[in-house]
Write a protein that binds this ligand. Structure first.
Ligand SMILES: C[S@@+](CC[C@H](N)C(=O)[O-])C[C@H]1O[C@@H](n2cnc3c(N)ncnc32)[C@H](O)[C@@H]1O
Length: 257
């Protein structure tokens, strides 16, 4: 990874077949239901998911009668999303594009879920906010989540580590992740190791490193305000009351000014 670059998880582009296995879990439905409740609260009907991945939120919302479009900058994840739509006979558009620049139309709401904006630098996120603003109707809603920098204490960061073993196609896939935090620049860096054994072949080992840009709740409010939004509310990912130094993720709802 080049100095200053954030890098990306391997499963976004190189190993998309691992994406659902490692990113969709028991808590996914719960998270999607919280987002849906917020979209309902603000009476939104048309939704653009600008970081849809394999379509978790898009399919959840379409099932609940929202008019939803998906977009992402990973063609390989979009391919999986389109295949799912085809297999389930769901009529949905998935568009290739970058959340900082893609212009699709004007929507009641835009979402970027599961720390997606953490893959952008601060300047990149400001640019994305302005672009999101341009894709929203007047008074439109932007909903996103990101890990809370103020909650990333030395006691919490080691607890983010995980190890998972899954059988994917004919391969045994083991992944381990540990993270560290640089509080000066607000970046959480994760170190991944994947061990992949196809049938009884010699296992292949991949190492990867990527960083997420984290924010404090107030920093987000300031950035949103500078980029054409007012912050309506901030919650925990489960919809709970947001506690500045305790709540691990910040789920923010902002309105286009
Ligand atoms: C953690 S995944 C979340 C995907 C989906 N929202 C979910 O919850 O399953 C983050 C997604 O953001 C996408 N992403 C990251 N940077 C992006 C950018 N600049 N423009 C568009 N998509 C981006 C990645 O390709 C990935 O699909």
């Amino acid at each position: 990874m080049k100095k200053g670059k954030l890098g990306l998880p391997l499963e976004y582009k190189k190993n998309p077949e691992y994406f659902d296995a490692f990113n969709i879990g028991d808590d996914t439905n719960e998270k999607n239901s919280v987002i849906e409740r917020l979209l309902k609260k603000y009476k939104t009907k048309t939704v653009l998911d600008l970081t849809c991945g394999t379509g978790s939120q898009v399919f959840y919302l379409i099932k609940r009668a929202y008019k939803c479009t998906g977009a992402d900058f990973s063609p390989t994840l979009l391919k999986i999303a389109r295949k799912k739509a085809k297999n389930n006979r769901i009529n949905v558009k998935f568009i290739d594009g970058d959340m900082r620049t893609l212009k699709v139309g004007t929507f009641d709401a835009i979402i970027t879920i599961s720390n997606a904006v953490g893959h952008l630098t601060k300047a990149g996120f400001s640019k994305a906010m302005r672009n999101i603003n341009n894709n929203l109707k007047k008074g439109g809603i932007y909903v996103f989540d990101i890990l809370n920098l103020e909650a990333m204490t030395d006691a919490v960061v080691p607890g983010l580590a995980y190890s998972i073993h899954k059988k994917i196609n004919n391969s045994q896939v083991y992944t381990v992740q540990c993270s560290t935090i640089d509080r000066k620049n607000g970046r959480l860096t994760s170190y991944d190791t994947y061990i992949v054994q196809k049938d009884a072949d010699k296992p292949k080992i991949f190492n990867n490193k990527f960083s997420l840009q984290l924010y404090t709740a107030n920093e987000l409010k300031e950035m949103l305000s500078k980029n054409g939004f007012e912050t309506l509310a901030q919650y925990g990912l489960d919809g709970s009351k947001f506690l500045t130094k305790k709540t691990t993720s910040i789920l923010t709802v902002a309105r286009k000014k």
